[in-house]
Design a protein. Sequence first.
Length: 167
Amino acid sequence: MLNGKPSAGNLNEAVMKLLFATDLNEPRSITDQVQKLALSLKAQLFVVHVHVPTPTTPLGVDPLSGFGEIAYALYDPAVEDSIVEAERHDFDHFLTDRFTIPVRPALHQGDPARVILDDSISMEIDMVILAKRHHSTFERILLGSVSDTIAREASVPVILLPVSDQK
């Protein structure tokens, strides 16, 4: 699917393959820069969004009795399916709203850094593009950073586009 936009030539003729990984929260200025770069390089643009699955949360306390002898795992597949469907809808809207050139979209589930690195290899990507947000030291320790992991481990060049905190 080419996000419903008319094709500007055969995408297989492109010299380069660019992978733009999005969390769907980048400002329009970032997606405009990505689109401009793809056009100037006459490159195929792959837009990837990775949905992080809802973790199963083990409870050390039985919610009915209050005793800690039985651990429950709270997980509702119907809720997860609804979340995945909402992600797909948001991703489709993001693509049609932000891109006027044909793109190759991919929506995956898993660890974002691992999925993006794997995609960059399997799709034979020439360059990865990410938005880079500023995180506090505490946030980096607690959450890690997808962009830092990709910049460190990618086998291809990585462009980090800074996102300002201002709207």
